[in-house]
Ligand binder design. Structure first.
Ligand code: NAI
Length: 360
């Protein structure tokens, strides 16, 4: 079996606990992974002057593959999100989030099997913002007024929503190629093209164009509000779903909620040259440091990483071990909704992890 060097950014908050759990499980899977530990987050600003040190970027560029625990982004401060910066710097233009029911994990449905493909580089997430009351905000508001594009109240903050042909083609092409490589039959594009004609309208138009070059895969589209209702009522109608950045962000938490919550939702940020795997959830400050976190999402993200490294059998062993622990229902963390026959007492992060390792 090949040895792989993988960059590990443990993150902060529950990231420290879930990353340690993930390392134990990968070791028990038989995969030969050497971890190259790299730093990011609020805690490293004093040491490096930035939450995302150059040496962390360089390590990912050197080793090509990384897995990352969640990193806290303080709300409403000048602090730049490490996640957004990482995605931009490494051009990780795809956010891939498979959502699959795990029997015993407390999901609302037993038959969810869909994939969220979220554009990762633009939209309202691009971070192009104008603070309320600043000279630049005033200039922008005056410009919009001069162009006859509508009235923005003077006391407004403004965020810009760019959606490009380039990024839309890249993400929808990825969605169709992913569907074809993984035996999936349909791609759905989600948008609000009826209202935002020049951003979401462009997204839909380009998605249709790309779909026309993939006649073997079915294609349809949904307006985002109707999509949310359809997802809650019958998620089995969806297969691969492609979104602009913000809707994809919201919809992946919604989808995670249908199968048991953020504790079990894995993900990956993928570009042409690099891939960074990470759970959907954040650093969960409310439970950090208490050994209460559910490490399933980060462990399943590691299974996606092993697939990417060509270690499918180790990845499958990990997924089976996780399913076995949920099916037995003896060691479930507190975030999981209990059903009949499952232990009511919450297992700790380390007890859950030990149960997965025993299965392996
Ligand atoms: P969150 O995902 O951290 O937490 C939301 C709720 O879900 C909390 O009640 C939390 O306890 C629970 N939860 C999340 N993951 C869990 C797990 N593995 N096991 C058990 N319970 C879990 O979202 P929130 O509170 O909005 O964000 C907290 C911080 O995380 C913020 O600073 C945010 O910016 C950051 N964040 C970082 C991400 C990343 O690094 N990829 C992604 C999302 C948020």
């Amino acid at each position: 079996m090949a040895r792989h060097e993988v960059v590990l950014i443990p993150g902060d908050g529950i990231g420290l606990e879930t990353s340690a759990a993930m390392q134990d499980v990968v070791a028990a899977s038989g995969a030969q992974v050497d971890w190259v530990i790299a730093k990011a987050g609020v805690a490293v600003i004093d040491e490096f002057g930035t939450p995302l040190p150059d040496e962390t970027i360089e390590a990912i560029k050197q080793h090509k593959v990384a897995i990352k625990g969640p990193v806290t982004t303080p709300v409403g401060t000048g602090f730049r999100s490490v996640n957004v910066a990482l995605r931009k710097t490494l051009d990780l233009y795809v956010n891939l989030r498979p959502v699959v029911s795990i029997p015993g994990a407390g999901g609302r449905y037993d038959d969810v099997d869909l994939v969220v493909v979220r554009e990762n580089t633009e939209d309202l997430y691009a971070g192009i913002e104008f603070e309320e009351g600043t000279e630049e905000a005033r200039e922008l508001i005056a410009f919009v007024d001069r162009m006859g594009k509508g009235v923005i109240r003077e006391d407004s903050g403004v965020s810009i929503k760019p959606i490009s042909i380039t990024a839309t083609r890249n993400i929808t092409e990825f969605a169709f190629n992913y569907a074809e490589r993984n035996g999936r039959s349909k791609v759905t594009a989600v948008h609000k093209a009826n209202i935002m004609k020049h951003s979401d309208g462009l997204f839909l138009r380009e998605a249709r164009e790309v779909a026309a070059h993939h006649p073997q895969t079915a294609f349809d589209d949904k307006i985002v509000d109707a999509f949310c209702m359809n997802m809650v009522m019958d998620p089995s109608q969806f297969d691969v779903i492609v979104f602009p950045n913000l809707y994809g962000d919201i919809a992946s938490d919604l989808a995670a909620g249908l199968v048991g919550g953020l504790g079990i939702a894995p993900g990956a940020n993928i570009g042409r040259d690099y891939a960074v795997f990470e759970a959907v959830h954040g650093s969960a400050p409310d439970i950090a440091g208490k050994n209460l976190a559910n490490p399933t999402a980060e462990i399943l993200s590691a299974a996606m990483m092993l697939d990417h490294l060509g270690e499918q059998s180790a990845a499958n062993r990990i997924r089976q071990a996780i399913r076995a622990v949920y099916a037995k229902g003896e060691f479930l963390t507190g975030d999981i909704r209990r059903t009949e026959g499952q232990a009511k007492a919450a297992a700790s992060c380390t007890e859950f992890t030990a149960a997965v390792v025993r299965e392996l």
